[in-house]
Design a protein around this ligand. Structure first.
Ligand code: HEM
Length: 413
C-alpha cells in the first residue's frame, strides 16, 4: 500500500482535534448539526466542516431609525474618539464631512472597504462593527442649529479631577466591533477622512470580554471584578425607548451620550476585603446579587434588592451610602442606559496598572436623567474612595439615516 500523501496526515490531525473538541466523530457531527454547522464526509469517512459560521462575517445594519451602537449588544472592543473642528469648517463643510463619514461607516459595517482604502484586506471581517457619531455643542453652533439645551459640559463635581486631554470635543466617533483589528482599521479610515475638517482631540480604547469567552447576554465585569450593568433598561423594550431615544427637533430618534473616563485605583482596591467590596456597591462581587438576597449561595444577579431590610443592629443590609443605593432613581425619570468599557494603560509611577472604566451612558435628556444621579454620587458614594473621574464629555447622537441620506442630515439639511 502506498504511503499516504503529505496532505493526509494533516487532514487526520485536524480531524482528530475536531473530534476531541466535539467529543468523538459521531457525537461531533451531531453536536455540529445542532450548532447549525454543515459537515461533509471525506472519502475516509471523516467529517469536515462545510461552512463554519465566522463571527467576523456578522454584520449590524448601518441604516435605520436610530444609529447602531447604542442598543446593539455591546461588542468586545470599542474606540471612543473626540475631535475638534477646524476653524474654517463651515456648515457646508460639516455636510460634506458627514456625507463622507456616513459612506465610510456604511461600507465598513458591511465588510466593504471604503473608497481609497489602502488596506482593503482589513475591512473584510466586520465582526458586528458599528460606527456611531455624536455632536458636541461646538458642532451644533457651527451648523447654526439649536438645542438640545442640555448639550453642554456637565456641571463641575467635587470628585472630578478632569484632565483636558480626555474631555469635550465637537465630534464623537464611536467605533465598536468584536475584532480589534477591525476597530483599528475602521478608526484609521474614518480619521483619515476627517483630516480636512477636524483634528483629533482624544482617543480612548476600551474592552470587554472577548467574543465567545462567556455566554451571550452575560453582564460585563469591570476591572474591580464587579458585575456591572445589572440594573439597566433592556434594548428592544418600550421602557428602553423611553429612557434612551430623544423626541423633539433634529434630535428625534437620537440620544444623549455621557462619556466619563473614571480611574479605578486597583492597588487600593486590593487592600479591601471581600465584605468591604460587597458593601461598597451593595451587591455580592461573586455573582452580582443584591446583599439582601439570602442565603448567599442561592442569590441571583437579578433578584430584587430590598433597600429597607435591616441588620440585627438596625443598619440597612444594603448600606445607605453604597453605590447602588445612591445611584438608584429618586425621581421616576432619573434613569440611564449604561454601556461601559474597561480600559487599561501602562503603569504610572509605582502603580501596577493605570486602569478604569470608560463609563458611557445614553439617555434622552442628560440634564434631567443623568445629572441628578451624578450629583448624588458626588455628595456621597462609598465607591468614590477608589474611583476618580478624569475625563468627561457630552454629545448629542443624531438619529440614524436612510440609505442615500447621511448621519446629521436632520440638523444639516
Ligand atoms: C468607575 C466607576 C463606576 C463603577 C465601578 C460602577 C459600578 C457599578 C456597579 C458594580 C453597579 C451594580 C450593578 C449594576 O446594577 O450595574 C452599579 C450600578 C449603577 N451605577 Fe455605577 N459604577 C460607576 C460609575 C457610575 C456613574 C458615574 C454613574 C452615573 C452617574 C453610575 C450609575 C449607576 C446606576 C444608575 C446603577 C444602578 C443603580 C440601581 O440599582 O438602580 N455608576 N455601578
Amino acid at each position: 500500500m502506498s504511503a499516504p500523501d503529505r496532505g493526509e496526515p494533516s487532514v487526520k490531525a485536524a480531524s482528530t482535534r475536531r473530534q476531541f473538541l466535539l467529543g468523538g466523530a459521531a457525537a461531533g457531527v451531531g453536536a455540529a448539526a445542532t450548532l447549525g454547522i454543515g459537515y461533509a464526509l471525506t472519502p475516509h469517512g471523516e467529517a469536515t466542516p462545510a461552512s463554519v459560521p465566522l463571527n467576523g462575517d456578522e454584520t449590524v445594519p448601518f441604516y435605520g431609525t436610530h444609529q447602531a451602537g447604542v442598543d446593539t449588544d455591546a461588542q468586545a472592543h470599542a474606540m471612543f474618539i473626540g475631535l475638534y473642528l477646524h476653524p474654517e469648517t463651515d456648515r457646508d463643510g460639516l455636510r460634506r464631512m458627514m456625507g463622507i463619514l456616513t459612506d465610510d461607516a456604511a461600507r465598513l459595517a458591511q465588510g466593504v472597504p471604503p473608497l481609497a482604502d489602502s488596506e482593503p484586506e482589513l475591512a473584510v471581517a466586520p465582526a458586528r462593527l458599528t460606527v456611531t457619531f455624536g455632536f458636541g455643542p461646538g458642532f451644533v453652533t457651527r451648523a447654526s442649529g439649536t438645542g438640545p439645551q442640555w448639550l453642554q459640559p456637565l456641571p463641575a463635581f467635587g470628585i472630578d479631577q478632569l484632565q483636558p486631554e480626555y474631555g469635550d470635543g465637537d465630534l464623537l466617533i464611536q467605533v465598536a466591533s468584536d475584532d480589534p483589528v477591525t476597530v483599528a482599521h475602521a478608526t484609521r479610515m474614518l480619521l483619515k477622512d476627517t483630516r480636512s475638517f477636524a483634528s483629533l482631540r482624544w482617543v480612548q480604547p476600551g474592552f470587554r470580554r472577548a467574543h465567545g469567552s462567556v455566554k451571550p447576554g452575560t453582564t460585563m465585569r469591570n476591572l474591580f471584578g464587579q458585575v456591572d450593568g445589572t440594573t439597566n433598561p433592556t434594548p428592544g423594550t418600550t421602557d428602553f425607548d423611553k429612557v434612551v431615544w430623544a423626541t423633539g427637533g433634529w434630535l428625534t430618534g437620537g440620544t444623549g451620550a455621557v462619556i466619563r473616563r473614571i480611574r479605578m485605583d486597583l492597588d487600593k482596591w486590593d487592600r479591601l476585603d471581600r465584605s468591604g467590596r460587597d458593601q461598597a456597591v451593595g451587591r455580592f462581587q461573586s455573582n452580582g446579587a443584591p446583599l439582601t438576597s439570602s442565603p448567599h449561595e442561592q442569590a441571583a444577579e437579578f433578584d430584587e434588592p430590598d433597600f429597607e431590610a435591616k441588620t440585627s443592629t438596625g443598619f440597612t443590609v444594603i448600606p445607605e451610602f453604597s453605590h447602588m443605593a445612591r445611584a438608584r432613581p429618586v425621581e421616576a425619570g432619573e434613569r440611564i442606559f449604561r454601556r461601559a468599557y474597561n480600559y487599561q494603560g501602562p503603569p504610572v509611577g509605582d502603580e501596577l496598572s493605570e486602569s478604569g472604566l470608560i463609563f458611557v451612558s445614553y439617555q434622552a435628556d442628560v440634564e434631567r436623567q443623568f445629572v441628578p444621579i451624578q450629583r448624588r454620587l458626588d455628595e456621597l458614594d462609598l465607591l468614590n474612595e477608589w474611583t476618580t473621574p478624569i475625563g468627561s464629555a457630552v454629545f448629542a447622537l443624531p438619529p440614524g439615516c436612510a440609505e442615500g441620506g447621511f448621519i446629521g442630515d436632520t440638523l444639516l439639511t
